[in-house]
Write a protein that binds this ligand. Structure first.
Ligand SMILES: [Zn+2]
Ligand SMILES: [Zn+2]
Length: 424
């Protein structure tokens, strides 16, 4: 076989779609309930959009982004995440002039050149929400509660919410200096990436997964104990509201998330079933992001979840999808003499909006019944010589295993009324 999907990408096959649609439907139902409107931004943007937001020194920009120059000489990048593009769009379309907060959701493919592994693709699918325009701790809590509700509806038990505050531009720089001073003394134990981070981006030292670095980062000053008064008050208010909503959390002072735009609250939902690849989704506040794009100062908070990782975690935790309901009509018109009536009925049903199918493969009646069963059709309409001569049609209800006979117009009325019932 000469051509295969590129490394780190996967075809999502028809058999995979029920699970994908289920996740998307659960997510979108929550977006409706919480008042988020959909936005679709391009899958590529000017490289600068990501440099300014995700951060020039971040791993995402330095190592993982797919960048290219188009035929017009523009430097572009496939989006590694969506918050940057949504924020760019927020400013471009003057959303700061709308009544605030502005609440948006998105879903679609993202791209990162990373080592492919189970649940982690180079093209991966994310769904997320962004809430712009409010500094209220209630907004942080809404986004966390949304994420928690999403996992609850999928049936996850025992996910752990990791929570931290990464401070603001007042209190983070002095904290980073304190951290740097302490870690400098243990520099020899750090991996080569962290040697660089120590200079460029000391906060990122905290979430390095290399065991040597984790050991060297034990008992360093905690950022949540070095917040300015306003960051500390904000963080307290978030925790108080989470307590009120009975959402348990674990204070993880090493949680900084990989993107530079976070301020204040950072959170992740962690599953133990995925081993080291354990975050199923998360987010945080990004109060300086819109300003980084030269927009008017506008706070924001958001979250994103990864579809492939959640599907993998659902499989590992034995969570099943709701069983697919039997639906629609399969027309089993065996004898050639009956095919005309069969075809007319087929299109009559489809025009009425019913799922309807007939056989094009010359199957026997027995094989057609098997096919209808496999295809999860609710009804099979059987046209055979014997009933054809009497102007009657047999109909088999696959869910009850019952068979009845109808005249043509009665049959239509019956099938259409069954559809109305199913939709109600
Ligand atoms: Zn602060
Ligand atoms: Zn390291």
């Amino acid at each position: 076989m000469k051509h295969k999907a590129p490394r780190g990408t996967k075809d999502v096959l028809p058999a995979d779609m029920p699970a994908w649609h289920y996740l998307e439907n659960v997510f979108e139902a929550l977006c409706r309930a919480y008042g988020y409107a959909e936005i679709r931004t391009p899958i590529f943007e000017d490289v600068d959009v990501f440099i300014r937001s995700v951060g020039e020194k971040s791993d995402v920009v330095q190592k993982e982004m797919y960048t290219f120059t188009d035929r017009g000489g523009r430097r572009l990048a496939l989006r590694p995440e969506c918050t940057a593009g949504v924020s760019r769009a927020f400013i471009e379309h003057g959303f700061h002039n709308l009544p605030q907060p502005v609440k948006l959701y998105y879903r679609g493919p993202m791209f990162r050149y990373d080592r492919p592994q189970a649940g982690r693709q180079r093209q991966f699918y994310q769904m997320g929400i962004e809430l712009f325009g409010s500094t209220d701790p209630g907004a942080d809590v809404e986004v966390i509660k949304f994420t928690s509700a999403f996992f609850d509806r999928l049936g996850f038990k025992g996910l752990q919410l990791h929570l931290n505050s990464v401070g603001c531009r007042e209190c983070r720089p002095p904290y980073q200096e304190r951290l740097k001073k302490v870690v400098e003394l243990r520099k020899a134990a750090l991996c080569s990436d962290c040697q660089k981070r120590l200079q460029d981006n000391p906060l990122r030292l905290l979430d390095c997964k290399v065991p040597g670095c984790q050991a060297a980062l034990q008992e360093v000053p905690r950022i949540d104990e070095n917040l300015c008064a306003s960051c500390a008050a904000h963080f307290e208010a978030v925790k108080t509201r989470l307590d009120l909503l009975q959402i348990d959390y674990f204070l993880d002072s090493h949680l900084v998330r990989g993107l530079d735009y976070y301020t204040h609250t950072a959170f992740e939902f962690v599953s133990r079933s995925l081993g080291s690849q354990d975050s199923l989704g998360g987010g945080g506040r990004y109060d300086d992001l819109i300003e980084a794009f030269e927009g008017p100062p506008t706070p924001g908070v958001g979250m994103a979840v990864g579809v492939e990782r959640i599907l993998l975690a659902m499989e590992k935790e034995g969570l099943s999808l709701p069983p697919a309901a039997l639906e629609g009509v399969y027309i089993a018109a065996a004898p050639a003499s009956m095919q005309n009536e069969g075809l007319l009925l087929l299109y009559r049903l489809r025009e009425a909006g019913l799922r309807a199918e007939a056989d094009y493969m010359g199957r026997s009646l027995k094989a057609m019944m098997k096919h209808a069963h496999r295809g999860k059709y609710r009804f099979v309409v059987i046209l055979d010589e014997e009933t054809g001569e009497r102007g009657a049609w047999k109909i088999r209800d696959m869910s009850r295993g019952e068979q009845r006979e109808y005249a043509y117009e009665e049959l239509l009325t019956f099938l259409l009324s069954e559809r109305a019932e199913g939709e109600a």
